[in-house]
Design a binder for this molecule. Structure first.
Ligand code: HEM
Ligand SMILES: *[C@@H]1O[C@H](CO)[C@@H](O)[C@H](O)[C@H]1NC(C)=O
Length: 325
């Protein structure tokens, strides 16, 4: 093959990859059609987060769970019906996902000012960005123009989302399946610097680690003692939650990476980042470089927010984020 032909092929492959990644989303998509869109979403996020700081974490996680399952199409927002169990009722989301009312409030205001224009998927993408920013992370421009999907299946959640008992290889695989590098996986995991977890997501590390050892030896014993007080053995009470990064659970700092380095990562999947030389190295690097991590996190969010999006005339603009039109 001649060099020219090879270069041409490389160019075409490169371009088509860009098209896939970037889709046709645009920063400022609602500038002319609903100029208040991002302002209204931000206003609702500010009100909600001022009422309950934890809602910021809820909205960030909700966007992640939307994007990894059927792309960022608002499918996580759809309610179950008598004939369909939706994503939000998968054990990956119920009872843990929170913040739905923030999206509903933004949506109803936007339907009043510019009906049928702003998608639920975009509202969620804006709200996740605002949540990162409100807790002290970097803001970033959100390319918009997503349309809402009409399908939401609980059965697709667990198979597309990484689980808290994953090891590094499983985490890396789950993210590479969505087009992310291992490095981006470690970067995005830093989201666990805010929010909370239900006891059931990690209680196996405290009581039933394996047949010979009850407590996960990779967990700092003092932290384990503290966690056991908050999460009594055998309790499945869904109101039992613990804060992640307990020293600053509402601040978007590098506390998550400090926790992991100190064997205080809450999930097996968090602590697992120390079991691989490359990911362990990145954990240490991020601890000392909050600015670099903050920038990398914002870039990875922009990338995540474009996963499998519907654009143009695909999908719909839901008038109620909980039900298809
Ligand atoms: C790396 C693989 C990941 C795993 C295994 C994982 C797993 C989990 C689990 C089990 C919880 C606790 C849910 C509960 O019991 O209440 C949680 C919470 C959370 N996750 Fe992840 N997660 C991962 C990646 C991410 C990513 C990429 C983001 C966002 C960019 C994210 C954001 C959050 C947030 C903010 C919370 C707190 C939610 C709240 O306070 O309501 N996670 N995650
Ligand atoms: C249980 O975990 C401990 C500590 O990691 C390990 O030494 C032991 O081999 C494990 N036992 C089984 C049966 O897997």
């Amino acid at each position: 093959m001649s060099l020219k032909v090879e270069m041409f092929i490389a160019l075409v492959v490169g371009l088509s990859l860009c098209v896939q990644l970037e889709a046709q989303l645009q920063v400022g998509f609602y500038q002319t059609t609903c100029s208040l869109a991002e302002f209204v979403v931000r206003d609702e996020v500010i009100k909600a987060v001022n009422r309950d700081r934890g809602v910021a974490a809820g909205l960030l996680r909700m966007h992640f769970h939307d994007c990894f399952v059927r792309g960022c199409d608002g499918s996580v927002l759809i309610d179950s019906t008598p004939t369909n169990t939706a994503e939000k009722d998968s054990p990956a989301n119920n009872p843990s996902l929170r913040g739905f009312e923030v999206i509903d409030n933004a949506k109803s205001r936007l339907e009043n000012v510019c009906g049928g224009v702003v998608s639920c998927a975009d509202i969620l993408a804006f709200a996740a960005r605002d949540s990162v920013q409100m807790t002290g992370g970097f803001g970033y421009a959100v390319p918009a123009g997503r349309r809402d999907g009409r399908i939401s299946l609980a059965s697709e959640s667990l198979s597309n989302l990484p689980g808290p008992s994953f090891n590094v290889d499983q985490l890396t695989q789950a993210f590479s399946g969505k087009g992310f590098t291992q490095e981006e996986m470690v970067t995005l995991s830093g989201a666990h610097t805010i929010g909370r977890s239900h006891c059931t997501s990690f209680s196996n590390r405290l009581y039933t680690f394996n047949s010979t050892t009850s407590q996960d030896p990779s967990l700092d014993p003092n932290y384990a003692t503290q966690l056991k007080l908050q999460c009594p053995q055998g309790s499945t009470d869904p109101s039992l939650v613990v804060q992640m990064n307990p020293s600053s659970p509402n601040i978007f700092d590098t506390g998550y990476y400090m926790d992991v380095l100190a064997n205080r990562g809450l999930f097996t999947s968090d602590q697992a980042l120390l079991t691989n030389p490359a990911t362990a190295n990145q954990v240490s690097l991020n601890v000392g470089n909050p600015f670099l991590w903050g920038q990398n996190f914002a870039s990875a969010m922009v990338k995540m927010s474009q996963l499998g999006v519907l654009t143009g005339t695909a999908g719909e603009i839901r008038s109620n984020c909980r039900v298809i039109n």
